[in-house]
Design a protein around this ligand. Structure first.
Ligand code: HEC
Length: 220
């Protein structure tokens, strides 16, 4: 039964209610609060400890997780992977720079031309960038239904190497293009492919061209 005269403050418990609640709690009893709104009454119970621990634990976990995750105190998995990839890439670049720095006639043959994978990559590059002027068979001609049509480039299978017959001479003409002062071949110059392809791809395509001319470039 609610005692209307006792409910001076509707938003909180009356003094009588609090006293009664303390007493009941001490005795371990479940108590029903006195107030009643639209026929609804409330129990006045302490939340169980397991519930409180979970609740406060959740708050603590949020703070800890937020601090760890958003302040960047620890790298995320993604950052770890990115850092590892960067380290591997750097190592690769170093190895590559060393390889290119030591690139000479002998290493071009033993490290590049002798490697079938390198030569295969060179063929792909040749088929993409060079075939239009030097021809699929390196003859600088194209078979147009029986008649051989000349292409703008020099033949790469005629055993003549205009700018030098050493492996690095071939690398150089491909990398740097027609040297300044040269009128080219029938007035046609070749562009410096190093600027488009970079040194690695130039070395690979050089290896392919050399591999197609074993008589001119014997293995050391
Ligand atoms: C637009 C046409 C064109 C393309 C594409 C082209 N070249 Fe050339 N290439 C030439 C011409 C023209 C010459 C002759 C240059 C000169 O005499 O200075 C030449 C010369 C060369 C030579 C020297 C040949 C010799 O007999 O001394 C080599 C090697 C060569 N090219 C390789 C390549 C490679 C490899 C590619 C692809 C990355 C390529 N070329 C793409 C037109 C081309």
């Amino acid at each position: 039964m609610s005692d209307l005269s006792d409910r001076s403050d509707l938003s909180g418990a009356s003094e009588k209610e609090i006293r009664r609640g303390d007493f009941a709690r001490e005795k371990g009893e479940v108590i029903l609060r006195e107030h009643e709104y639209d026929g609804i009454q409330e129990f006045d119970q302490k939340l169980p400890n397991w519930w409180l621990f979970t609740f406060y634990g959740g708050i603590a976990w949020f703070v800890a997780h937020w601090a760890i995750y958003y302040t960047g105190a620890f790298p995320t998995d993604q950052e770890k992977v990115a850092a590892e990839i960067a380290a591997i890439q750097e190592k690769k670049n170093e190895t590559l720079a060393a390889t290119l720095a030591s690139l000479d006639d002998a290493s071009m043959m033993t490290d590049w031309v002798a490697n079938p994978e390198t030569v295969a990559r060179g063929l792909t590059i040749y088929s993409t960038y060079c075939v239009a002027c030097h021809g699929p068979d390196l003859s600088a001609t194209l078979d147009a239904g029986g008649t051989m049509v000349p292409l703008p480039g020099l033949p790469l299978n005629d055993h003549q190497w205009k700018y030098g017959a050493k492996p690095m001479d071939v690398f150089k003409i491909i990398n740097e293009g027609t040297p300044p002062g040269s009128t080219g071949h029938n007035g046609a110059l070749m562009q410096p492919w190093g600027q488009t392809l970079g040194p690695v791809q130039v070395a690979e395509v050089t290896a392919y061209v050399i591999s197609r001319n074993p008589e001119d470039f014997p293995m050391p």
